[in-house]
Ligand binder design. Structure first.
Ligand code: MN
Ligand code: MN
Length: 336
């Protein structure tokens, strides 16, 4: 029996929707912390230095402490806090949260992200004009809170929320499409979809609209921050493995933008396999304050999604769980 969100204290919820939501958040942070060690390395350099890199040990070009995370997790937490503060996806609140995040001197900032935030500071506009250079993975890496907050909403509402957070800094059709695909994958996984369902649902739809993302022609090593290469590496790692640990190990040992492939693979695999599937050693190493914020934010955003749903259905928070007919009907309406 799943505990109601409001009553949740301490240990992770055992399974179901909440366990998958917490899994997605901790998966994001664990993937970021694991991948950051080998960011910008080539697979052969990783092999020479670590054999197989599968421990959270810090270091890397950012010289991180073990368990420290980077901008991927930092921006996701800033986005989630903005959504909770506004009680929904409100783009000015989001842009101000990104601005505050940048003022706090994060360990790492992508140049497209910095440019977008500076544009907001100067113009007051929380969106950037379309730019052919904006097909990086910076909007996608932080998108997880959107998936949780808009769970159960219409496809159009999910897409609009997804786009509004993305375009604070990134405005490009491939960034928009890749980011929305990841949100849809996370939402489907949260509601109990299998890896095969993700492949035949959101991923197939992405490939049909943008053939650039096709990922079966060759092994994607050393993926860059270009959203296409990033997601090709993530898809290969996700669909060629069948556990959280194998998926993450597979993706970060490809090197390149490894903290971000780790973060994106981590949020999807965490939603798919649940929090129990994340290796204990990795959770043990992950910075404890980051863990606390991830757990808390996952459940708060889920509660926000449920409240928005129950506001018109008249049911109570504690009566909802992943197997209830209400969540099933949510799934039917938004996905299948
Ligand atoms: Mn990063
Ligand atoms: Mn990165």
């Amino acid at each position: 029996m799943i505990q109601p969100v409001r009553g949740f204290r301490g240990a992770d919820p055992p399974s179901g929707l909440q366990g998958r939501a917490v899994g997605a958040y901790l998966g994001l942070a664990v993937g970021d912390a694991l991948g950051a060690t080998v960011e910008f390395m080539l697979p052969r350099e990783i092999k020479a230095q670590y054999g197989v890199h599968n421990r959270i040990r810090g270091g890397g070009w950012l010289n991180l402490k073990p368990g420290q995370v980077t901008d991927d997790t930092g921006m996701a937490l800033a986005l989630g806090e903005a959504i909770l503060a506004a009680g929904g996806v409100e783009v000015h609140t989001i842009a101000r949260a990104f601005d505050a995040w940048l003022r706090n001197k994060p360990v790492d900032v992508g140049h497209t992200v910095r440019r977008g935030i500076v544009h907001f500071r100067r113009s007051g506009q929380p969106w950037v004009p379309e730019n052919p250079q904006d097909a990086g993975n910076g909007a996608c890496m932080r998108t997880l809170p959107i998936a949780l907050a808009t769970l159960g909403q219409s496809e159009a509402a999910v897409a609009a929320a997804c786009q509004s957070q993305a375009r604070v800094t990134h405005h490009h059709p491939l960034s928009d499409a890749g980011t929305l695909c990841v949100v849809r994958m996370v939402q489907a996984a949260l509601e109990g979809a299998s890896a095969l369902d993700l492949l035949h649902g959101p991923v197939k739809a992405l490939l049909a609209a943008h053939s650039e993302f096709r990922f079966r022609s060759r092994h994607r090593d050393n993926p860059s921050a270009y959203i296409v290469e990033t997601l090709q590496a993530v898809f290969q790692a996700l669909f060629d493995t069948d556990s959280f640990a194998e998926c993450l190990e597979n993706v970060v040992n490809r090197g390149g933008d490894a903290d971000t492939t780790g973060a994106i693979a981590g949020m999807i695999a965490g939603a798919l396999y649940g929090v129990e599937a994340i290796p204990r050693e990795w959770l043990h190493e992950l910075n404890s304050e980051i863990q606390r914020r991830c757990r808390q934010q996952a459940l708060a955003l889920l509660e926000l999604a449920v409240q928005r749903y129950t506001a018109y259905s008249g049911t109570t928070v504690g009566s909802l769980n992943h197997s209830s007919s209400r969540w099933s009907s949510l799934r039917d309406r938004c996905w299948c």
